[in-house]
Ligand binder design. Structure first.
Ligand code: HSE
Length: 292
């Protein structure tokens, strides 16, 4: 049996729409076994245990690429990454499926080839690149996938503030405009550059302004009840930067690693809301997807 563990990811990281992302120490684990025929999927709701399952379709594309014939597959899922919350659960299925299939076929594909396949499947690289490689990355997809690791200075904690309600990436992307004003493009370019430099140099006091964005968060914020209030509360409670995780609805608040009060204090505020929100305080994962 082959087991693959894949980290959760938080894409965009404020201004870095469709290019920045970081891996977090929260994991889905998938197991794969070749069987005599058919498809068995265990560990997910029955509506997802079929041939449309994203893990399975990702495996099939990998097998097709490798020209590898398989009789049947049994897939086991242990999922800890909440679904449709902006924490890369789809990317984990894609990366897990491709890595599992590649391993079954003898480990022929390089990480670069798996990245290309995963990016084609997801449509943008900002979740799949950190999911596969770990750490924080900047990535763009063109003829290939071009990426670079951002060496974030130690000393930060990433608090994911997760609502009970879901928001699909499709709906969230549907809220975006077709065009943006030139000045909004300039606004974001400056902030992405500032963010990467500040994280690399450990200039964490710059994060508040560096996490601002005009390409997606204001449009998507309207779909997320409580977004602006929670963002303000996080700032009042001392977070260094606050942004929407991926396409939302999870909100990410970054604090100093030794801020021990933030988690409890923000949870106390959230407990007074109509919708249930819970806080998971996480660190960057540096390993990325791996065969266990
Ligand atoms: N960059 C993507 C988005 C991440 O914001 O739509 C979600 O998959």
């Amino acid at each position: 049996m082959i087991k693959v563990r894949v980290p959760a990811t938080s894409a965009n990281v404020g201004p870095g729409f469709d290019c920045l992302g970081l891996a977090l120490n929260l994991y889905n684990t998938f197991s794969f076994e070749e069987i005599e025929g058919g498809l068995i999927i265990e560990g997910c709701e029955s509506e997802f245990a079929n041939e449309d399952n994203l893990i399975y379709t990702s495996m099939k594309e990998c097998f097709k690429r490798l020209g590898y014939d398989i009789k049947g597959i049994k897939i086991g899922i242990e999922d800890n990454i909440p679904v449709s919350r902006g924490l890369g659960s789809s990317a984990s299925c894609i990366v897990g499926g491709i890595m599992g299939a590649n391993e079954m076929a003898g480990g022929v594909l390089s990480k670069e080839e798996m990245l290309k396949l995963a990016t084609e499947k997801e449509g943008h690289p900002d979740n799949v690149v950190p999911a596969l490689l770990g750490g924080m990355t900047v990535a763009i997809a063109d003829k290939g996938v071009y990426y670079s690791r951002i060496n974030v200075r130690k000393g930060l904690k990433f608090h994911t503030i997760i609502p009970e309600f879901k928001l699909s990436t499709e709906t969230s992307r549907g809220a975006l405009p077709k065009e943006i004003p030139y000045k909004d493009g300039v606004f974001n370019i400056g902030r992405i550059s500032l963010l990467i430099s500040a994280l690399t140099n450990g200039e964490f006091d710059l994060l508040k302004v560096a996490c601002e964005d005009r390409l997606h968060q204001n449009y998507r914020g309207k779909l997320i009840e409580g977004f602006h209030v929670i963002k303000e509360k996080c700032e009042e409670l001392g977070s260094l930067g606050v942004f929407l995780s991926g396409a939302g609805p999870t909100i990410m608040a970054v604090t100093e690693a030794d801020n021990e009060k933030f988690h409890l204090e923000i949870q106390k505020v959230l407990d007074g809301f109509n919708n249930r929100w819970w806080v998971k305080s996480l660190d960057i994962d540096f390993e990325g997807a791996k065969i266990l």
